[in-house]
Design a protein around this ligand. Structure first.
Ligand SMILES: [Zn+2]
Length: 221
């Protein structure tokens, strides 16, 4: 079922994100970002204005970015769109989750914002060289934390992507978050299977930017 949403739904998202410590992006920030990144509206998308975004930044350079797909100037959610939760290293996208506009959209968006905030707040430090670790992706699309520092250790050091939820490697145990992620993964597998049966394209879950990113180094690849 597609979630059309109401201004009240947006206010709930806004209030929960502000409670978590997120800030709403201002018009000036949008303009500065787009100028700095050399963003241009994608030619294959109809442009219906700026959607509301929230961010949460830390001094180590990582931030969480939430795209709500809500158009405040029209007081409605964008038609046929999804929400996004991203981890960025300054301008570069390190990780992205698409939040489909289904029945549980509001809750999924808020919980994903919180999960990504935990990952950023508790960014791991390498046990061998004490530098901040980075995010890497396996061929399967699964993520993990890694430190590659040949000056200090010959072999790269890695950590489980969910260590701050599983209670391993010095992370906290957060069973409810694990349950939520497990359910999300199961649903994703099921819907892929279902789509494949129907003959739909079930290719990657890559971030499809609304903007054409002309600076190559800022693209997610
Ligand atoms: Zn290291």
């Amino acid at each position: 079922m597609f979630f059309t949403g109401s201004p009240e739904n947006f206010l709930e998202i806004r209030s929960e994100l502000l409670k978590l410590g997120f800030k709403e992006k201002t018009l000036t920030q949008f303009r500065n970002d787009f100028a700095r990144l050399d963003f241009h509206p994608s030619s294959n998308r109809e442009y219906d204005g700026r959607e509301v975004g929230f961010y949460y930044s830390l001094p180590h350079g990582w931030s969480v970015f939430i795209w709500t797909s809500y158009l405040s100037h029209l007081k409605r959610f964008r038609k046929n769109d999804a929400g996004r939760a991203l981890i960025l290293d300054r301008d570069r996208i390190l990780y992205s989750v698409k939040i489909n506009r289904g029945r549980n959209f509001v809750r999924n968006l808020i919980v994903n914002a919180w999960i990504l905030q935990v990952r950023v707040n508790e960014r791991p430090i390498c046990c061998a060289c004490e530098k901040y670790m980075n995010i890497a992706t396996k061929k399967t699309g699964a993520h993990y934390f890694v430190c590659v520092n040949p000056a200090k250790h010959e072999k790269s050091v890695s950590k489980d992507w969910d260590f701050n939820f599983k209670g391993v490697d010095g992370g906290k145990h957060r069973p409810k978050a694990l349950e939520f992620m497990e359910l999300r993964r199961t649903l994703r597998v099921l819907s892929r299977k279902n789509n494949r049966k129907k003959g739909y394209d079930v290719g990657g879950k890559r971030f499809q930017p609304r903007w054409e990113i002309r600076k190559l180094e800022n693209r997610l690849n």
